[in-house]
Structures are given as structure tokens and as C-alpha cells.
Design a protein around this ligand. Structure first.
Ligand code: C2E
Ligand code: CA
Ligand code: CA
Length: 568
């Protein structure tokens, strides 16, 4: 009989597995009914014609868990539900199962009726979702989340061992943007996939490779005892990278920059380890392409405090915490103050005085030198116009302002000078711009043009720190320059070192021939002042006369100096 009246046909239509086992004895069951779904699930044959045939479950190998749950139901006489997972190939099933005891009139369990639901597809979908959340779709490698998790797990395991450490290599592809732009994104993707497999080839089996972002990969290295082991891996990678990549019809040459951090310098969190490797990688980038850098705590701290200083300098600029001090420039023949040099000062509310030797290079590196320089230009001209009103003696004094090579290259210095002069109504002939050689040498044609325009405005131009660079006066003379400031390292040795004296003499001679005036920088003693005057140097500047002074202390600044450096 078929149709709805037939129990077998009825259960065969169910989309879940159904089975009935006869309880033969403790832990002994005979299958007496199964439906199609169940049979298909386990690849069983229906052999109900011969009830004596031993169950195809055989030794119950994969049915072990079912059997023990059936035994549980038999003993407890209760319905048992359980998750049933079979991961033996070719079976890979995740099922939920229920076994119901069927009792006779005496309360003995005589049969077990069960249902099986196949959850494998759901599980697979869940697993896929998990996988996608933790892996990079392009390369199939673990992503940042999973990588951090792996590192975290390794750190936890480390705490149980003593002499083993882990390291993290952070790799960034040099100029990856260029690869994408020149060969297209498809080629870029292919490149990344090939790179991933090359990296894989460099690692040991239990190391973990991950793709953290676009062109950034990371390797977790286990079981290291010294940093040279990680460096060796980095070296292998650099060598491997030298081989060009054949992507489509293109041959791509590329390299990676590697930053390394490890637990050798102390156990830290996964986040910190990756951040440190990232910091090292960026330091390596600063050195050029295809470099490796191991993380050093000290340089990180230095960078951090530099960063903090930068933030504070930015604030200082906008809060007008910076000041200009003024150091007189004296005519060595008669002690008359002919000019002043504006020197920037920073009195930090917590740090105290920060030396220009510290914050000027920082300002140059961060671009803050442009607003700083503009401010100095305007502020010093403003001060000059105030002095001119207050002190009749100051009416011919020239204001020297330092302009950094960086500002010179980046800013519209001619425009800035014009604006400062117009704003303060200072006569152009009373402003002198001090530049170093490097500002001119890097881009000589542009520099020559700018200097010519400054000259046309009527501003003087001084070559600062002269003698410390490499270029000859012969060459510098091709620029429109008015003044040479002989570097203070020469002045310091003028009386003790005949070689230096000879060089200074030559500089002064050439300057004379080229119609340049000279300022001796850093005069600290009367002897130095005399020697420089004796050699025919016109002007001097230095602690012997005065240090740079705040404008409030300018009373008497414009009165002539006596030969012993005191005020007359
Ligand atoms: P610089 O332009 O060569 O300035 C002269 C430096 O020598 C000043 O240092 C000054 O205080 C110092 N000095 C003057 N006389 C003597 C002396 O007799 N003995 C010794 N040992 N030193 C003397 P300071 O003020 O620390 O400035 C250092 C450098 O910072 C300057 O060198 C200049 O390159 C830069 N700087 C200072 N202010 C500014 C500014 O407003 N803009 C720019 N772009 N750079 C500035
Ligand atoms: Ca200077
Ligand atoms: Ca100087």
C-alpha cells in the first residue's frame, strides 16, 4: 500500500531524518525503520526484508555518538537532544538530533524513535561568513582582525614558556600606488596575490601571513630567541623581491619596506606589537626603498616627543608665545651699532627656553617654518619702525632677518617681504635677509631670480654661516649678494690656528674683490674683535658685545660700543 496510509511513505516525505531502533539490550539496538532522508544522509540501504541482517551501522564507527545518546535515552527514559557533528571525510555533517524513548505498558523502553535535522548548509554559511569577516577576499589571507587575534593568542601562550618569543614583520610595498596607476588595478591585484604567495614561500610553516590593508602585509613569527632570526627572514624577503614580477605582458620591479617588532624587548599587547612594527616600518621608509628597521623604543619616544613639540610649537605660533630677541651688529672700526639680527626665542610655559637649534629644524621639517618666518619678518620690521620713532640713533640701523631655505623654496618670499615693508612702512634699504648657501645651491636658477627681485625692491642680502658649506665664493658671487657672514667656527680659532687665519684672510680678500662686506659672527673676546678688525673685516657680532636681547632691554642698544666691548 502506498499513499498517506502507509507509514513508510509518510515518513519518506519528511524533510528530516526519521529512525526507529529496537532496543535489544543495554547498548544494543537494531534499526527497524528509517526514512529516505535519513538513509540518504548516511548512505544506508533499506533492508527491512530481512530483519536478521545486522545493521549496516556495522561497528557503529560514525554512529558512536548516536549510540551513546540512545543508550542515555534508554536508561533515563527521557527525550535526549544533541548536536551531532561528523567531520570524517567524505562525511562532513552538522546535525541536530532527538531521540525519544518508547515504552511498553510496564514502562520498559522497547524502541527509540529519533529525528535528525541536517544543519550542514547553515553551518557552512555561518562558517563562510566568519571566514569572510576574518580574511582578505583578494588573497584569502587572514585580515587585520584575525592577525591581531593570532598575535594575541601567541602572546598568551608565551606567558607560559620562558625563552621563546614572537616577532611581527610589517611589510609595505614601495610605491604600490605607482604600480596601480601605471598597470591598472587588475594588474595591481594580481601583483598582490603573487606577492602573497612569494612571502608564503619565505616563511616557515607555522608562521602566519596576513594582509592588513591595501599594500600592507604582516608576518607573525613564532619561536624566536634573538632578533637576528627575524632580520634573516626580512633579508630573505628582500632577496626574493628582487626577482621581477611578470603580470600579464608586463615586468614589474618592486620592493618592500619592513618594520620589525618582537616580544624580545618585553611582552606587550598584540596591538602594541603591530603598532611598534608599523612605527619601525615608517622609520625604514624614511631611509629609502627596500629597507628593514627594527623597532627601538628610544627612537619611538624621541619621535613622540618631537611630535608633541611640534604640536606645542604650532600652538606657540598661534598663541604668540614666540618672541624675537635682537643682537647688535657692530662696526668693528668705531664700535657703532649698524644693525641688529632678529633671533627667535621660545619660552615654553612648562619646558622653559627651547633652543632655536631645536625648534627651527623641527619647524623646517614640519613646514611650520613658513608661518614662523612670515611672522618673524613682519614682527622684526614692526620693531624697527618702533625703534626708529623712539631712538634717533636707530634711524640707520639695518634689521637682519633669517629666512630658512625651506621657506625660501616654498613660500612667496618676495611677496612676503613686500607685504611686511608696506605694513610697517620700513624703508627697504633697512631690511636684510639672511640666507644660507644651501638655500641657493639646491635650485640655483630660481634662487637667482628671487634674489634679483629682492634686490630690485632694495632689500639687502646676506650669506649666513659662510665657510661651512662647500661652494666657492667664485660661484656664490654669481648671485646678487651684499654681505658675507663669516661663520663663528672661524672666529673661534682666528687667534689660535694659523690655517684658519689664512682662510679668513682669503675670504676677506675675495670679498673685497667682489665688493662684498663681511660680518664676523660669534665674536666672544676683545682679541677676536681686534684680529678681525685688523684683517679688514667691517662688522662683528657676538657675545663680546651683547647677546640677543628682548626689545624691552633695547635702551642704550644703539649707543656705540667702546673698544673693550662696553657701552660708551
Ligand atoms: P644664526 O643665524 O647663525 O644666528 C646666530 C646664532 O649664534 C644665534 O643663535 C646667536 O645667539 C648665536 N651667537 C651670537 N653670538 C654668539 C657668540 O659670541 N658665541 C656663540 N657661541 N654664539 C653666538 P640662536 O639664537 O640660538 O639661533 C640659532 C640659529 O637658529 C640661527 O643661527 C638661525 O639659523 C636659526 N634661527 C634663529 N632665529 C630664527 C628665525 O627667526 N628664523 C629662522 N629661519 N631661523 C632662525
Ligand atoms: Ca643669521
Ligand atoms: Ca650665522
Amino acid at each position: 500500500m502506498t499513499g498517506i496510509g502507509d507509514p513508510q511513505a509518510l515518513v519518506d516525505h519528511l524533510p528530516i531524518g526519521v529512525f526507529v531502533y529496537l532496543v535489544v539490550g543495554p547498548n544494543r539496538f537494531d534499526r527497524i525503520l528509517t526514512n529516505r532522508f535519513y538513509e540518504q544522509l548516511f548512505g544506508l540501504n533499506r533492508r527491512r526484508t530481512d530483519p536478521q541482517t545486522p545493521p549496516p551501522e556495522g561497528d557503529w564507527a560514525i554512529f558512536g555518538p548516536l549510540k551513546s545518546q540512545m543508550e542515555l535515552a534508554r536508561q533515563s527514559k527521557r527525550t535526549v537532544s544533541f548536536d551531532w557533528q561528523i567531520q570524517d571525510a567524505p562525511m562532513d555533517r552538522h546535525m541536530t538530533c532527538q531521540v525519544n524513548p518508547i515504552t511498553d505498558a510496564d514502562g520498559h523502553v522497547i524502541q527509540l524513535l529519533g529525528t535528525v535535522m541536517d544543519r550542514s548548509a547553515e553551518r557552512r554559511a555561518e562558517r563562510n561568513m566568519m571566514h569572510n569577516a576574518l580574511h582578505d577576499p583578494l588573497t584569502g589571507l587572514p585580515n587585520r582582525v584575525l592577525f591581531l587575534d593570532e598575535v594575541e593568542g601567541s602572546i598568551e601562550r608565551l606567558e607560559k614558556t620562558t625563552d621563546q618569543h614572537i616577532g611581527v614583520l610589517l611589510l609595505n610595498v614601495d610605491r604600490f600606488k605607482l604600480i596601480n596607476e601605471s598597470f591598472g588595478h587588475v594588474a595591481g591585484d594580481e601583483f598582490l596575490v603573487t606577492l602573497a604567495s612569494r612571502l608564503n614561500g619565505c616563511m616557515r610553516q607555522n608562521d602566519v601571513l596576513a594582509r592588513l590593508s591595501g599594500d600592507e602585509f604582516a608576518i607573525l613569527v613564532h619561536g624566536i630567541t634573538e632578533s637576528s632570526q627575524i632580520v634573516a627572514l626580512a633579508d630573505r624577503i628582500h632577496v626574493e623581491m628582487r626577482e621581477p614580477y611578470r603580470i600579464g605582458s608586463n615586468e614589474i620591479h618592486s620592493s618592500v619596506t619592513i618594520g620589525i617588532a618582537s616580544t624580545l624587548t618585553g611582552t606587550i599587547s598584540a596591538e602594541d606589537l603591530v603598532r611598534d612594527a608599523d612605527f619601525a616600518m615608517h622609520s625604514a621608509k624614511a631611509k629609502g626603498k627596500a629597507q628593514t628597521q627594527i623597532y627601538h623604543r628610544e627612537s619611538h619616544h624621541r619621535a613622540q616627543s618631537l611630535f608633541q613639540l611640534e604640536t606645542e610649537l604650532r600652538k606657540a605660533l598661534s598663541n604668540e608665545e614666540l618672541e624675537l630677541y635682537y643682537q647688535p651688529i657692530v662696526d668693528l672700526r668705531n664700535g657703532r651699532v649698524t644693525g641688529v639680527e632678529a633671533l627667535c626665542r621660545w619660552n615654553h610655559p612648562d619646558r622653559g627656553w627651547v633652543s632655536p637649534g631645536e625648534f627651527i629644524p623641527l619647524a623646517e621639517e614640519t613646514g611650520l617654518i613658513v608661518p614662523l618666518g612670515r611672522w618673524a619678518l613682519k614682527e622684526s620690521c614692526l620693531q624697527l619702525s618702533k625703534w626708529t620713532e623712539t631712538y634717533p640713533d636707530a634711524k640707520d640701523v639695518v634689521m637682519s632677518v633669517n629666512v630658512s631655505g625651506i621657506q625660501f623654496a616654498q613660500d612667496d618670499i618676495v611677496g612676503e617681504v613686500e607685504r611686511a615693508l608696506t605694513y610697517t612702512k620700513v624703508d627697504p634699504s633697512r631690511l636684510r635677509v639672511e640666507l644660507t648657501e644651501s638655500a641657493l645651491i639646491e635650485n640655483p636658477d630660481a634662487a637667482r631670480d628671487i634674489l634679483t627681485r629682492l634686490r630690485e625692491i632694495g632689500v639687502e642680502i646676506a650669506m649666513d654661516d659662510f665657510g661651512t658649506g662647500y661652494s666657492s665664493l667664485n660661484y656664490l658671487h654669481t648671485f646678487p649678494i651684499d654681505i658675507l657672514k663669516i661663520d663663528r667656527s672661524f672666529i673661534a680659532e682666528i687667534n689660535g690656528n694659523p690655517e684658519v687665519a689664512k682662510i679668513v684672510k682669503t675670504i676677506l680678500m675675495l670679498a673685497e674683490a667682489f665688493d662684498l662686506r663681511c660680518v664676523a659672527e660669534g665674536i666672544e673676546t676683545e682679541d677676536q674683535a681686534k684680529s678681525m678688525a685688523g684683517l679688514g673685516c667691517h662688522f662683528g657680532q657676538g657675545f663680546f658685545y651683547a647677546r640677543a636681547l628682548p626689545p624691552e632691554q633695547s635702551d642704550g642698544l644703539f649707543v656705540d660700543f667702546a673698544p673693550d666691548g662696553t657701552k660708551e
